[in-house]
Design a binder for this molecule. Sequence first.
Ligand SMILES: Nc1ncnc2c1ncn2[C@@H]1O[C@H](COP(=O)(O)OP(=O)(O)OP(=O)(O)O)[C@@H](O)[C@H]1O
Ligand SMILES: [Mg+2]
Length: 421
Amino acid sequence: MAQNSTSAVADRSAESEGLVVQKNLVKVEGLWKLYGENQSLATDAAGASITKQEALEKHRTVIALKDVSFSVDRAETFVVMGLSGSGKSTLVRCLIRLIEPTAGRILVENDDILQYDESQLVQFRRRKVAMVFQHFGLLPHRRVIENAGWGLEIQGISKEERYERTQTALDLVGLQGWEHAYPRELSGGMQQRVGLARALAQDPEIMLMDEPFSGLDPLIRRSMQGELVKLQRDLKKTIVFITHDLHEALRLGDRIAIMRDGQVVQIGTPEDIVLNPADEYVEEFTRDINREEVLTASSVMDKAEIVLLNSQTPKEALEILLSRSLDSGCVVNDKGECVGSVTVDEVARASKAGSTDLASAMNGSTKPVSKDTSFGQLIPLSLASDRPIPVVDDDGKLVGEVHREKLAAGLGSRNHINNVD
Ligand SMILES: Nc1ncnc2c1ncn2[C@@H]1O[C@H](COP(=O)(O)OP(=O)(O)OP(=O)(O)O)[C@@H](O)[C@H]1O
Ligand SMILES: [Mg+2]
C-alpha cells in the first residue's frame, strides 16, 4: 500500500516533468529454445559460449533461441527483426506458448506464463493475447464475418455478442460491406485485414504479429503498415511485430530488437539502430535506409549554446554574444518558449539604431521546429538559414538547436555524429 502510494507520487511527478511513464507488460528473461539431442546446453556452462554452428555439428542440436532477454512496455510496438532462421517465429510463438521454451522465464504482468497450467493458459489466450499469422489462416468455406469471429467462437461467446464485436473489428480494418464474402473473393491485403480483425475482435492486450504483411505486394504492404500505425494510435495495444524488413521495422517500431542466430544482438529505437548499429550484421541492414526519413531533430540537436531573453535589449544581447564568441543565439520568452533566434549582425544593427526591443532585431530569425521534425524537412531550413535551428518540445519550450554540420554528419558517417559534442 505504502509502496503504491509512493510510486503514484513518483509517476505524477514524472508526468508533471513531461516524462512518459511506461511500465513493462511483458518481460522475457534468459529464454532458450533448443531442438535436438543435447537439451542441457540451455543450462550448462558450455551452452553459454557455443555457436549455433558448433551446437549443430558437435551436439546435433539447433539453437533456435539463446539466452534472449528483453521487455515490452504497455502500448509499445516492439519489432523483432532478423534474417530467416534467426529465431523470430520461435520467439513470438513462445510468448503464447505455441512452442514450449527449453529454459527461461516469460513474465506477463509479473506472472510467469510458463508456469501456467492448461486452464490458466486457456484464459491467457482468451483474454490477454492474440496472434496474427503471415498466412492469414482463413477457413475457405466460411464467410468474412465468421472467419473474423472464429477466435470468439472457440471461446464459446454467444452469436449475438460475437457478431457485434466482429463487426466493430471489421469496421476498424475497413472491411464493412464485405461481411458475407468468402476469402476467395478477397485480395491478399483484404484477407490479411480479416486476420487482423480476428485478433482485434478478441480485444487482447497483447497482439503478436508474425510477418503479417510479408505475403503482400509492396504497395498494399505499405498501406497496411500505415493503417496499423493509425489503428495503434487509437487502440494502444502492446504489439510484438515480427519482420525481416528494416523499412517496416523502422516505420512501425517504437523499439526494435535485432536477432541473429537465436540471439538478440541489439535493442534500440529506430534512430539508435540507424545511427549506432551494434555490429556489421546490423549495419548491413541499415545500409539502404533513407536517413532523411528516419532521423529527426532530436537525434542531432545540441544543447543551445546560449539562451537570450526577449526582455533583454539588443545591446545586452550583443554583449552576451560577443563575450561568448558566438555568431547567434536562441531567444525565449519568460515562459521558456522559444520565439526565434538572433545573429550578432542583427543585434549590432538594432543596437546602433537605438532599438531597445530584441524582437525588432530578429529579422531573419529561423522558426523553431518540433523535435520530431525529420531530416528531410530540416535540410532545406538549414540551407536557407545562417544560424542553428531552434528545437522545441510539444509545449514550445526550447530543448536544443540543430547545427548544419551535425545534420550533415547524421546523413553521412554513422559514428561521427556522436563524437561531435
Ligand atoms: N521444429 C523444429 N525442429 C528443428 N529446428 C527448428 C524447428 N523449428 C525451427 N527450427 C530452427 O530454429 C531456428 C529458428 O527458426 P525460426 O522459424 O524461429 O526462424 P525465423 O527467424 O522465424 O525465420 P523466417 O524468417 O524464415 O521465418 C532455425 O534454425 C530453424 O531451423
Ligand atoms: Mg518465421
